[in-house]
Each structure stands twice: as C-alpha cells, then as structure tokens.
Design a protein around this ligand. Structure first.
Ligand SMILES: *Cc1c(COP(=O)(O)O)cnc(C)c1O
Length: 395
C-alpha cells in the first residue's frame, strides 16, 4: 500500500456499511430504536458539554490517560523493542470502561433509566453494572447459563454493584445466546432501556459508536509514541474478539505507516477462517458450517469466545490495511507467563494473544518497534491458569 492511500479509518456510509460489511439487519421493531440512537449519538458527540463530562469521567473515575510502558527485559529476550499501552490499569481492569461510560452517559442524556447488557466472561457485564451504579441507573445483564457457572465471581460482582443477572437458557447458553436475549429485552422495553453493547459489533450505529468511544486510547497511544519514539511504532498489535480494543488502538495509527495486526484465537478466527454472513444485526466474517449455521468459537480466553468479528475489521482485512493472524491456546499460556516473569505484569488472557504472536514472530520482527495493546489485567484469569499450569506440572 502506498502512503498516499493511508488516510485513517473511515466512517460508515448512510446505511452503516464499511465497504460490503456492517449494515443494520434487525427486526422491524428495532429500526426506530437504532435510528434514534444514531441521531442521539451524533448530537451528543457534537455537544461540548457531553464531551467534557465524558472526559472528566474518563480521567477522574476510570484513571485515563493510561501509560505507555517500555518493556526492557522482554525486548532483550525477543530482539525487538516492545511497548505496552496499559489499558489494564483502567478502573475495572480493561479498555471496556471507555465504551461503557460513553454509552451510559448517552443513555442518560436520552432519558433512559435502564441499561441492558450481554456478557460472556462477565467483564462487560461488570463494567456496565459499574457505570449504572455510578449514574444511578437500573442494570440488567444477560449471561448464558454455561457462562454463569464458569464465572461465578463476576456474577457476584455484578450483583454487588446492584445489577440483575438474567440467565440465557437458549441455544448453547453462552455469549451469542445472551446477545439474542438482550436484543429481545430491548425490543420489549425500548422506551426506558438502552442496550449497552460491549464491542464494535451489532447493527449500525453500534460498531461506529463503540469505535468512537474507544478512539481515546488510540489518540493517547499515538501522542505517547510520538513523544517517546519521535515517530510511530513499526507495528501495532492487538487481540481481536469482537474487536473493540483493536479498533481503538488502530484508530490512532491508521493514517500512519504503522503495520496493524489483529490477533485472533485459532479456535475463534472469524477473519482468518470465517465467511461473510449476518449475525446480531450486521454483516461480517463469521464462523459457520456448510449450512450457514453459526459455529461455536472455542478459546482458552472467554473474552475472545465469539464466532463473529466487528464489521470494520472485516473491511480492514478486505482492504489490506490491517492483517489478522491467529495463535493457539498453548502459545497464549506461554505468553501469559512470559510477561509475568519478565516484566512483572500479569496480563489478561486476551492480550496475551497479541504478545503470543509477537513472541512467535520474533525473528521477522528483529530490530523493530512493536506496540502491543495490553487490553486488560490478568487477575480474572489467575484461577484458571493455576489449574492449567498445575495439570502441566503433573501435580
Ligand atoms: C472483552 C475483552 C476483550 C475482547 O473484546 P474486544 O472487543 O475484541 O476488545 C479483549 N481484552 C480484554 C481484556 C477484554 O476484557
């Protein structure tokens, strides 16, 4: 690609499409809600007061800006210069708070009193329950029955924060079923409820709106890189589930010479192994069987267990501006320990995917500068890793 073609991320067209991906594939009853949300979001984003209130919450409540951390030991080990964007240091432990605070403030501005959310591992549910508590709103989180059993600590956290957790009993009783039920609730309660979607997916305007709320992290990372390096890094690497942390950091570098790399779990490589299809309101790459049935994603990291990917990533893959790679669970377990030991930073399993790819590619990355988005901290994963590693040790 010539530099002349690099001009940042585009906004979607009128129908919410990024190239041939995206759109608004929802039941008739939800069209007015999506249109209303789009209009309200545009108005809010143009409103100085809304923006300064959000900035204030991001700094005073969430702890922004997050630092850029140099990794001297890891850099020596891998032979490339590694920097981390520390989204793990945000309140609630990940990048998710950026989007949730934005949507909660917007919902309040729209006169809504109730936040609805879906959650898989529970992280987005916890972030939404947090924002609801802060703003004095009701909160109802849908979670698959299987995930509720696997994530009892996060279920307790949400209840502690005052949210109601509802069990999704349909289908495979995991994230995609929780999304279906949250959408059903939204149809029935749209007057008072806002559906606070957790990633850059779903019908227009969600992929675009959620990206916009995460652009703050890309903007910070760009400024911090220029200040630290005098230029942009050679590569910007992020893990991809739905794709919100990745699009957030990509947005800061899309108009630069930096190579953009998204890393998916090999058991949930929607861009790598999926084919275009429609799910949860938009068209994107999607894991499906020969009959078009949506397949289950499988990954060690519950936060990346999603069979689809945000439509803008499908477009970035299609246009060649970003590339998408995948890593195995074994490589992720290695990377999780590597960062803990070398830098004293225990990462969440999701961003350990990004590090796992950098570690595997160390030879081809020799001498380069690599910025990894450390999307979250590993506290939530240490219990699971203790089990995995003790089995490995034969204890
Ligand atoms: C939820 C989560 C992800 C996956 O979501 P994206 O929308 O792909 O960013 C990644 N990292 C962490 C720490 C998460 O909590």
């Amino acid at each position: 690609m010539s530099l002349g073609e690099i001009n940042g991320l585009r906004d979607p067209d009128e129908s919410g499409r990024f190239g041939e991906f995206g759109g608004r594939f929802v039941p008739e009853t939800l069209i007015p809600a999506c249109l209303d949300l789009e209009k309200s979001f545009k108005e809010a984003w143009a409103d100085k007061e809304f923006r300064s209130r959000l900035d204030q919450l991001l700094s005073e409540y969430a702890g922004r800006p997050s630092p850029l951390t140099e990794c001297p030991n890891l850099s020596k080990e891998l032979g490339c210069r590694v920097l981390l964007k520390r989204e793990d240091l945000n309140h609630t432990g990940s990048h998710k708070i950026n989007n949730v605070l934005g949507q909660a403030l917007l919902a309040q501005r729209m006169g809504k009193t109730r936040l609805l959310a879906e959650t898989g591992a529970g992280q987005h549910g916890v972030a939404t329950a947090t924002a609801a508590a802060l703003l004095g709103m009701e909160c109802c989180v849908y979670m698959g029955e299987v995930d509720i059993e696997r994530q009892e600590l996060n279920v307790f956290r949400m209840r502690l924060l005052g949210a109601e957790v509802r069990t999704a009993l349909s289908g495979s009783r995991t994230l995609k079923d929780a999304i279906n039920e949250a959408m059903r609730d939204w149809v029935a309660t749209v007057e008072e409820s806002h559906y606070c979607l957790g990633s850059v997916m779903g019908p227009h305007p969600y992929p675009w709106m959620v990206r916009t709320f995460h652009e703050v992290l890309g903007k910070e990372a760009r400024e911090q890189s220029e200040e630290r390096l005098g230029t942009v890094p050679d590569l910007v690497v992020a893990c991809v589930g739905g794709g919100s942390n990745a699009i957030g950091i990509f947005s800061g570098f899309a108009d630069s010479s930096a190579e953009l790399v998204g890393v998916e779990p090999s058991g949930g490589a929607a861009v790598g192994r999926g084919v275009p299809g429609v799910v949860h309101g938009s068209r994107s790459f999607l894991l499906q069987d020969e009959f078009g049935q949506v397949l289950e994603a499988e990954s060690i990291s519950a936060g990346l267990d999603y069979p689809g990917v945000g439509p803008e990533h499908s477009h970035l893959a299609d246009s060649g501006r970003a590339r998408y790679e995948s890593v195995t669970d074994e490589e992720v377990i290695e990377a999780f320990q590597l960062l803990s030991r070398m830098e004293g930073i225990i990462p969440a399993l999701e961003p350990a995917h990004a590090l796992a790819w950098v570690s595997r590619e160390r030879e081809s990355l020799e001498g380069k500068t690599v910025l990894i988005n450390l999307s979250g901290r590993g506290d939530k994963d240490v219990g699971q890793m203790m089990e995995v590693l003790e089995v490995d040790d034969g204890k």
